[in-house]
Design a protein around this ligand. Structure first.
Ligand code: NOJ
Length: 664
């Protein structure tokens, strides 16, 4: 693979100062961030209870917080002795296969504490402290014997200050809910991740990284203490693990402002380097699809008079994609099984879908097909057929598959389970690894919340796990409020790419007229920049795009793979302005959206100060209104430099999108 194979542009400066010191006489050790601002200390009490605390710039951030586990037969919350510690320091830069950033710096100090339990069990706690946060995980070295039966993890984050939390409750199906803001001490439960605004104005983000063979974490709040609560299997056990074993990392990113929080790459740094040696087949791209019609109710997934995925429709969509430089087309409802959403067959098309003809036409145009495998939650059946399904898709030149698991409880090889349980996590990993063998990339809907695994398996390109655009077609509550898309960049998006599906150009909704997209065309364009996804779907119907060819030019142009990303400005739930540089090029793109009417100022200091740029601006026209006049867009050309500041009046639910091209 491009990056990790070559010893990294020579930028790697690996300072492996591995010190092993005997710590038998001490029960308190600490490790600081490279810049010294964050200090994390581990203490093991007289009773052998491991706890940690964290200071930032000399102030207590996290007070004494419990660490440990509960096993079915042993309480690993006390009874430990600190045996020895190891220290390490790392400073390296690595290149992503695709992402919001091409180069990522990993600079941290590490401390591993080896604990011996009264029962004889050995448990390491590995800590890493970065300039913008800290992380730790539990590691059980090889120690023979039976599997460990984990019934609870005891991790706490005990905040030393007041804070507000943005979260969704832990039971939220598929993570598809509106994020709400509550005071820390009035929050009940949450899915991971959560975002916090601390009393001193700093922002924090708590999540997990490298979730592997273990349940996803959730949180339970008690006053100012946030405790990990693992998703259970149906028998109440959290995880069965054989040693050697490492849990996912628990991490907190922290920054003085939202730009710093959005720039944190701790989660990716905590994941393993890429395991795919040749990644040349993994390509970010935009796609359209036979999709929005089904959500609007004007098409169906199943066969019938309104069937969406017919040969004729697909040929038409493929032609439109080819004419507009869109790399691929998705089709849902092409295979049998949609009558009951249960008995899907992933290699048998409906009779009105001529796979051979469609594939030949796509090939002749140089357009790719995005396959669709909705399992209805029957993960076990899908898993049993993975090789044959992926061979079939590979044979037809289909290199990207959107998977789906519509069912609150999925059927795994270990029976009905939460998709975020250990059994679910194992299934999704099996899918990614098997897909990689067949050079297939995955767009995973109804997923486990992303944890940065794309560093290791970059064929896991994007995931849902969000109340996405489709809710604006049919949600009983009338569609997501204008604040929703201004909240996601600071919450769900911090966990990784999202298949939000931007790009609505027609806001009429005849089947559900009470529901609509609370947005303008200019705001929809901005989402192509804001809602980062290396597989970016322009969701509307070709006929709606054809009605607005000038606005659609931005969709044709905007890339979905970036050299650098900078949050220009934002406030959670109120507005967001994001700037991104096209990967390997000089062009920049900006997207801004707002919940309420506002004047937005965009200093262009991210541009190269030696150059002039031509800027194509797509903004809300003065008479635009998300409810009555969402299509009114002003388009203008400007010549600008990095010393300029753009200023636009955005309407409620509105936005602007700008493309900057360097003038040579
Ligand atoms: C829910 C997914 O989010 C949506 O994109 C898809 O169209 C349906 N399931 C059917 O698979």
């Amino acid at each position: 693979m491009r990056i990790m194979k070559k010893a990294l542009f020579g930028i790697i400066v690996l300072l492996t100062a591995l010190l092993t010191s005997c710590a038998r006489n001490t029960d308190n050790v600490s490790v600081s961030s490279p810049d010294g601002a964050i200090e994390l200390s581990l203490a093991v009490s007289k009773d052998g209870v491991p706890t940690y605390r964290v200071t930032r710039s000399g102030h207590c951030l996290i007070g004494s917080s419990q660490l440990g586990m509960r096993l079915s037969n042993t309480d690993l919350g006390s009874g430990f002795k600190l045996n020895e510690i190891h220290r390490d320091s790392v400073e390296q830069t690595w290149e992503t296969v695709w992402g919001e950033e091409r180069l990522i710096q990993d600079k941290h100090n590490a401390l591993t504490a080896r604990l011996r339990h009264d029962s004889g069990i050995m448990m390491d706690i590995e800590f890493r402290v970065f300039d913008d946060g800290f992380a730790f995980r539990y590691v059980f070295p090889e120690q023979g014997g039976d599997s460990l039966v984990i019934t609870d993890e005891l991790t706490e984050f005990n905040f030393a200050c007041r804070a507000d939390v943005w979260s969704i409750p832990w039971r939220t199906e598929y993570y598809e809910a509106l994020w709400t803001r509550t005071p820390l001490n009035a929050t009940d439960t949450a899915c991971s991740p959560v975002t916090l605004e601390l009393a001193d104005g700093a922002y924090a983000f708590i999540h997990e990284a490298a979730l592997t063979n273990y349940p996803a974490q959730n949180f339970v709040f008690n006053d100012s203490c946030v405790s990990t609560w693992l998703t259970p299997l149906q028998n109440g056990v959290k995880a069965y693990v054989a040693t050697p074993f490492a849990t996912p990392w628990r991490f907190m990113a922290i920054a003085d402002d939202l730009s710093g929080l959005c720039a944190s790459r701790i989660m990716l740094n905590l994941n393993e380097p890429c395991k795919i040696s040749d990644t040349s087949w993994i390509k970010p791209m935009k796609f359209i699809g036979i999709w929005w019609g089904m959500h609007l109710g004007s098409m169906t997934w199943h066969m019938g008079p309104k069937h969406g995925a017919t040969t004729d429709n697909m040929l038409r969509y493929l032609d439109f994609a080819a004419q507009n430089g869109i790399e691929a087309v998705l089709a849902e409802g092409w295979n049998v099984g949609w009558e009951d959403w249960k008995h899907f067959d992933f290699t048998t098309p409906y009779p009105d879908w001529d796979m051979e003809r469609i594939v030949a036409h796509a090939d002749s145009l140089g357009v790719k097909i995005v396959g669709h495998n909705e399992t209805g939650g029957n993960a076990a059946s899908y898993e049993a057929q993975l090789d044959s399904i992926y061979k079939y898709h590979q044979r037809n030149g289909i290199g990207v598959i959107k998977t789906g698991y519509v069912s609150p409880i999925i059927t795994t090889v270990d029976g009905p389970q939460y998709n975020r349980s250990q059994a679910g996590v194992r299934h999704y990993r099996k899918v990614i690894e098997t897909a990689a063998k067949y050079h297939i990339c995955i767009d995973n809907h109804e997923p486990v919340m992303p944890t940065g695994l794309q560093r290791t398996w970059p064929n896991l390109m994007t995931q849902e796990g969000v109340r996405g655009q489709e809710w604006n077609a049919w949600a009983k509550d009338g569609g997501s409020p204008e604040s929703h898309i201004c909240t996601l960049p600071f919450t769900r998006l911090l966990a990784g790419p999202v298949d939000y599906t931007p790009g609505v150009f027609n806001f009429d909704n005849p089947v559900n007229p009470q529901t609509r997209v609370h947005s303008t065309i200019a705001a929809q364009l901005a989402l192509f920049v804001i809602m980062y996804s290396p597989l970016q779907m322009a969701c509307d119907l070709p006929e709606n795009y054809m009605r607005h060819p000038d606005e659609f030019q931005f969709v044709r142009d905007v890339p979905c793979d970036w050299e650098r990303s900078v949050l220009v400005d934002g406030s959670i739930g109120e507005y967001v302005c994001m700037a991104r540089q096209k990967r390997g090029a000089d062009d920049w793109y900006v997207g801004a959206v707002t919940a309420d009417r506002r004047n937005i100022r965009i200093p262009l200091d991210f541009l190269d100060e030696q150059a002039a740029y031509s800027a194509t601006v797509y903004r809300d026209a003065d008479n635009a209104d998300w409810l009555t006049n969402p299509c009114a867009t002003g388009i203008e050309e400007l010549t600008v430099s990095s010393a300029d500041t753009l200023s636009f009046n955005l309407v409620k639910g509105g936005g602007c999108a700008v493309k900057f091209v360097k003038i040579k």
